[in-house]
Design a protein around this ligand. Structure first.
Ligand SMILES: Nc1ncnc2c1ncn2[C@@H]1O[C@H](COP(=O)(O)OP(=O)(O)OP(=O)(O)O)[C@@H](O)[C@H]1O
Length: 308
């Protein structure tokens, strides 16, 4: 378990991490999600003792990372896949890691196999690795000591679609066996598919957290409908007390789809399309971090423009 407690990090007058608290639990994959510059890497670096916190604390398995003897046996860390010595081969990188942790050389072969780096690839120098190969090597390094906690910063970066699927399965099964996984990403789609819980951070502050379902539960119900007579359907729905607005050649209504379907039946209007108009996680993420996005919020602008 990782417990982050009122963590703050300031650089001069700039607050990169602002009173952040959350917990990543055993047996769960926790996604740490936020736009560029939100403070994810800084938080993770503090977790593993690479950056001192200005205030607050992080406990991993009840202890400060720096107080864990032989930490690689307890906490697997991948912060920057390109940080390895470029002149070493992948195998050498893992061999040094294994010996530092007091592990047998056989563990290296096991990890190479696990991350699908071939014997030939493992003999190449890291400088000649593709980004995806570096990520695989980084994940192998993080898993070397069979730790119970994994802290991974943007682990899917550079992986191809098959690689991302492979990593997803690997981390899910790791969590299913009781491991704690904290992984960061600025890409919602990547995290949504793998994370049991999500922590959303924007400009150093936690803006939302919880399971996908709980994050979406506060979202207002709405339905998008197209029919052969939108005017008649709109009148029927408005008479029933619903708010109706014109959107993309159809109607957006503030109720669920069956209610719209029943209104259409009563008005004798043929429906040509009926679907949920809920904003979804991506819109929620963008709206929650809106003021921290560099390029505004196009999704929100479209939705607002359509319903005005
Ligand atoms: N050593 C430092 N000195 C000054 N500012 C820093 C330092 N390290 C990070 N920052 C700032 O802190 C903020 C958070 O950076 P951080 O790298 O934690 O973001 P991030 O969420 O990991 O972003 P990304 O998704 O782009 O990797 C940024 O504005 C960054 O410029």
């Amino acid at each position: 378990m990782i417990m982050v407690d009122h963590l703050t990090k300031t650089y001069g007058g700039f607050t990169a991490v602002d009173d952040v608290s959350f917990t990543a639990r055993r047996g769960r994959v926790t996604g740490f999600l936020g736009p560029n510059g939100a403070g994810k890497t800084t938080t993770m670096r503090i977790m593993v003792g690479l950056t001192p916190a200005t205030s607050g604390s992080v406990r991993i398995g009840g202890r400060d990372y720096r107080d864990i003897p032989n930490p690689g046996l307890h906490v697997g860390v991948l912060l920057d896949a390109s940080a390895q010595h470029a002149g070493r081969t992948g195998r050498e990188v893992l061999m040094i890691g294994a010996r530092t942790m007091g592990l047998p050389d056989s563990r290296v072969d096991k990890m190479l196999e696990l991350v699908s780096l071939t014997p030939d690839e493992s003999k190449r120098r890291v400088r000649n690795y593709s980004l995806g190969m570096r990520q695989r090597l980084g994940i192998a390094h993080a898993l070397l000591g069979d730790p119970s906690v994994l802290i991974l910063d943007e682990p899917a970066n550079g992986l191809d679609p098959a690689g991302i699927r492979w990593m997803r399965r690997l981390l899910k099964s790791y969590a299913d066996q009781g491991g704690t996984v904290l992984l960061s990403s600025h890409l919602l789609n990547e995290v949504e598919l793998i994370a049991d819980e999500m922590i959303l951070i924007g400009r150093g502050t936690i803006v939302a957290s919880g399971t996908k379902e709980s994050l979406l539960s506060g979202e207002a119900t709405s339905t998008l409908v197209h029919s052969e007579d939108n005017d008649a359907l709109g009148r029927q729905l408005a008479a029933a007390g619903h708010t109706v607005s014109v959107e993309a050649g159809g109607l957006r209504v503030d109720c669920d789809s069956p209610t719209v379907g029943r209104a259409a039946l009563e008005a004798q209007v043929v429906l040509t399309e009926l679907r949920s108009g809920a904003a979804g996680l991506e819109d929620l993420f963008l709206s929650l971090t809106e003021d921290t996005q560099r390029e505004g919020h196009p999704a929100a602008a479209t939705a607002q423009g359509g319903t005005a």
